[in-house]
Design a protein around this ligand. Sequence first.
Ligand code: CMP
Length: 235
Amino acid sequence: MTAFLPAKATPMSVAKTLQAIPLFSQLADDELARLAQVARERKYPKSSMILFEDDPGDALYVVLSGRVKVVLVGEDGREVILSILSDGDFFGEMSLIDDEPRSAHVIAMESSRLLVLRRHDFQMCLEETPRIAVSLLKGLTKRLRMADSKIGGLVLLDVAGRIARVLLELADDHDGVMIARKMTHNMIAQMIGSSRETVSRTMRTLVEQRVVSVSGKNITVLDRKALKAAAGLFR
Ligand code: CMP
């Protein structure tokens, strides 16, 4: 999805942008117009911190363009990537829903443009437009499915299987074949709790076996069936 606010955003153009975001796509025109009046756009340069774990939550964010990662950092400084979010994805809802501190850090992986909805405005939207709550629940359910799959993978799969599963998920985010956005071996390692060296070795094997091919920053899935079998997915 290509969602962006034009340089000179008018309430109409903002409403159009909001409609293209899955979280808000079911809203009627007047509801979108109300939302457009209170939503603000913010830009974050690459590597900047957007949210800090344990901070109080004061806003919900939607990615308009760019990419952000949701991470936990261990006492030894090791980073675990819980999720990578891009255009149309939202985050920061958990603290607004349960009044607990932020559950993770969120960091810009690329220069990113975000739509920010302050706590009060988000809560007003939810009260006025219960349909947003249904979209929110769908988003949270999708996230829970991903988390379940990740926990299952950590317990049941070896490193090669976990890598296969991540590659399938990343490809399915696009067209099922190509992982077009740059994913370093280190990033993949941080997603599956392994080391960069192990990921590099496994990727080399997958390339030799012609299961995937790598060209520049693109990874292409050549043999989806083999990747699914390695990931323990037989449907
Ligand atoms: P919040 O706890 O307010 O701030 C951190 C945000 O990261 C959180 O809300 C969610 O929006 C997001 N987040 C936390 N865990 C995950 C996860 N496993 N997958 C995707 N996003 C997450």
